[in-house]
Ligand binder design. Sequence first.
Ligand code: MF3
Ligand code: CO
Length: 251
Amino acid sequence: MSVSIKSAKEIELMREAGRLLELVHEELAANIRPGISTWELDHLGEKKIRSFGCIPNFLHYNGYPASFCISVNDEVVHAIPNKKRILKEGDIVSIDAGLIYNGMHSDAARTYAVGKVTPEAQKLIDVTRQSFFEGIKYARAGNHLHDISNAIDAFIKPCGYGIVEELVGHGIGHVLHEDPQIPNFAQKRKGIRLMPGMTLAIEPMINMGRADVEWLDDDWTVVTEDGSLSAHYENTILITDGDPEILTLSH
Ligand code: MF3
Ligand code: CO
């Protein structure tokens, strides 16, 4: 395993890749409403990415056929946008997005409520988001990678939710998935020591019910085995000499 340390120049480019991705997420968030299809959201988002002169990094990644992963309700991640998949009041929808700016990648995901959702669904969304912030409290030079994993686990477990184990966060930079892998559940080993200049995509995927997931026949869509709702929250971050910098969340 080799974990890359980014130069000042690479960090500058990744900051911009992150800032632009945040604008893409804002555009998509503004368009979420009952009646819109996940295909329309993908189309809008791709237009936005290309308007910046950037490239959607998910498109054609291992043959992935769209620019975004848009996963509804019991879909955990990697659901392929579809004209027939129409959002309806009460759904929760996870949008995972990424782009390439001057050779550098960014990656971020958010789960949204469509119209009015149950308090239980809203709590799942909020707790999943908060688990990311609990994790990055430990994303500091000198700490170990799995301090992040352990903090996410310690925050989620008391809620009784299932933490997805088959999919993990990752390093990011010149490619979408770099070393190291970043689990969202408790680890026995400490993991690597964090150093300034590392760029990481931390992305808890949390199920309201059991942790188990399965893959649909399209070979992409991951769903909860028990049919329970699932939420996802991800940012690309930079390890610094001090507080971590969230590259895909500047305001
Ligand atoms: N953000 C996703 C991840 O880190 C990227 C999905 S790749 C795709 O796993 F091919 F599914 F789009
Ligand atoms: Co990711």
